[in-house]
Ligand binder design. Structure first.
Ligand SMILES: Cc1cc2nc3c(=O)[nH]c(=O)nc-3n(C[C@H](O)[C@H](O)[C@H](O)COP(=O)(O)OP(=O)(O)OC[C@H]3O[C@@H](n4cnc5c(N)ncnc54)[C@H](O)[C@@H]3O)c2cc1C
Ligand SMILES: NC(=O)c1ccc[n+]([C@@H]2O[C@H](COP(=O)([O-])OP(=O)(O)OC[C@H]3O[C@@H](n4cnc5c(N)ncnc54)[C@H](O)[C@@H]3O)[C@@H](O)[C@H]2O)c1
Length: 458
């Protein structure tokens, strides 16, 4: 059947549903196409289930530290079925909420199936051919599973299957020591699995400053996670019940025998089966849709939002893409991607939160840079909570007095860093925050103190 709409949204992830709502409220007739679970990666296989698992792992870890706080909880035994059911229920509730929101939306027709372009203004979903002058692509990304030697001889997990796992691996080997790999490494170690992270680069989370990589590694090692970095020769084989992961052809233990393998070696955009070749929409070498500062693709009437445009791989950047497109389309407000300040957190415990420039980027910028730094052992709130791992750091431009960036690897850091982020959006001088009186006892109260202790960056 053919149907004509004012707009078609492909993908019900973080950007598509709120955009559909804004457009329908503006009187447009909108089609939303989703081929899998409503809410996309964050809700079903990303942030929500992983942060639910982080919470279970944190609770188990804290219970095991009873002696540090003056109580004995006895042996902590994790019930993986109950843990997985809790995470699954949180995801399922959120996904059902997105679906019913869309299905009840006036002027919105929901199609379930895989969308494929037939031409710039025409999209097929099953037997239906939909037409619109405006098409918004919000198809997200999935785990990269490149061909690696021996991979076809084993069964492996990705984030999608891992969040549903309801057994405890005896030995989990995680390939990839970055955001996804490290969150799962700590979660499963805290549940009681032996965990080995295999990373081909010389250090973990190699986009971060090297002292950050080292601090996160040492924290995870102190909890018993094993690492093989510089693993340049990764290959797989089966030996009875075991999976063998070959890590190095030249030196060290050549193989790790494990029960489960998780691939966490990056994401690839879901643009390969969208039929984009029928549209002329330009993509980069990794399959991301090339967009301008207002998220327009190279063909008029097509926009790309969220992870598939390569301009951000986070839920908050995907949602901000919706805000940018809605502002330009409906509010005569020329919001742009380039106004966004990079900000994210890695949810190991304690979390690592980062905004703006790293130390390496600040040095490379050629500016005169001031730095304020303090270990979490000198943050009262962290001491009282018995969670003193990590540090906080703020970078300031010595001439303009604006904040360039900040990093907090420490308890509450994912929340506290927003005081600094908001100041950066306000383009206010650092002295505004330095003079603010924060509540005691918080992690945030040390931010003004740090700014009173600035020194030139070595
Ligand atoms: C394990 C993990 C943990 C994460 N944790 C965090 C975190 O803590 N914080 C954070 O900010 N980010 C996190 N992320 C990243 C975050 O989940 C994603 O960046 C975000 O969900 C991307 O949203 P999106 O709207 O671009 O795409 P998605 O949410 O992936 O939505 C895309 C939707 O499009 C659908 N689709 C795809 N192709 C088609 C088609 N042809 N036809 C119809 N429908 C289609 C998909 O089924 C999907 O529902 C995490 C990711 C992972 C994997
Ligand atoms: N807390 C968060 O916000 C959060 C959490 C998880 C994921 N995410 C998002 O998901 C994205 C993807 O995360 P990711 O960790 O999968 O990917 P990534 O691109 O951040 O890291 C991939 C890692 O795998 C390594 N690697 C690549 N190929 C390898 C190979 N063949 N063998 C061994 N190691 C290999 C790389 O050196 C790198 O360290 C992130 O960029 C992030 O935006 C966000």
């Amino acid at each position: 059947m053919s149907a004509r709409f004012d707009a078609i949204v492909i993908g019900a992830g973080q950007a598509g549903p709120p955009l559909a709502e804004r457009m329908t409220k503006a009187g447009m007739k909108v089609a939303v196409i989703e081929r899998s679970r409503f809410g996309g990666t964050c809700v079903n296989t990303g942030c929500m289930p992983t942060k639910a698992l982080v919470a279970s792992a944190y609770a188990a870890h804290l219970a095991g530290r009873g002696a540090d706080f003056g109580f004995a909880a006895g042996e902590v035994r994790v019930d993986m079925k109950a843990v997985a059911a809790r995470a699954g229920a949180i995801s399922a509730r959120a996904s059902a909420g997105v679906e019913s929101w869309l299905r009840r939306m006036d002027n919105c027709v929901v199609y379930q199936g895989s969308a494929r372009f037939e031409s710039p203004g025409k999209v097929r979903v099953g037997a239906d051919l939909l037409e619109a002058d405006r098409i918004f692509i919000n198809v997200g990304a999935r785990a990269a599973t490149p061909h690696m030697p021996g991979i076809d001889q084993i069964s492996y997990l990705t984030n999608s299957s891992m969040v549903r796992l309801d057994v405890l691996p005896s030995h989990l080997a995680i390939i990839g020591g970055s955001y996804i790999g490290l969150e799962f490494a700590q979660i499963y170690r805290r549940f009681g699995a032996k965990v080995t992270v295999v990373e081909m680069a010389p250090r973990l989370v190699s986009r971060e400053d090297s002292d950050v990589s080292a601090a996160i590694k040492s924290m995870l090692e102190s909890e018993g996670v094993d690492f093989r970095v510089d693993a340049e020769c990764i290959r797989f084989a089966r030996r009875g019940e075991d999976i063998l992961v070959g890590v190095n052809c030249l030196a060290g233990e050549p193989e790790i025998a494990c029960s489960h393998v998780l691939l966490a070696i990056g994401r690839r955009p879901n643009t390969d089966d969208l039929g984009l070749d029928a549209t002329g929409v330009a993509m980069d070498a990794r399959g991301h849709i090339i967009v301008d500062d207002q998220l327009r693709a190279s063909v008029p009437g097509v926009w790309a939002l969220g992870e598939c445009n390569g301009r951000g791989a986070f839920t908050h950047t995907a949602y901000n893409d919706f805000e940018i497109v809605a502002a330009n389309l409906l509010d005569h407000d020329p919001r742009r991607v380039s106004e966004r300040i990079e900000a994210y957190a890695l949810y190991v415990d304690p979390p690592y939160a980062k905004i703006g420039m790293s130390v390496a980027a600040a040095k490379a910028s050629g500016r005169r840079v001031l730095v304020g730094e303090r270990p979490m052992t000198r943050v009262g709130r962290a001491v009282e909570k018995g969670e003193t791992t990590g540090f906080m750091r703020i970078l300031v431009d010595a001439d303009s007095r604006e904040i360039l960036g900040a990093a907090i690897f420490g308890t509450g850091g994912d929340e506290a860093i927003h005081c600094v982020l908001d100041l950066m959006y306000a383009k206010a001088p650092y002295s505004t925050l330095q003079r603010a009186v924060h509540i005691h006892p918080t992690v945030s109260e040390l931010l003004p103190t740090l700014l009173g202790e600035l020194k030139p960056l070595a």
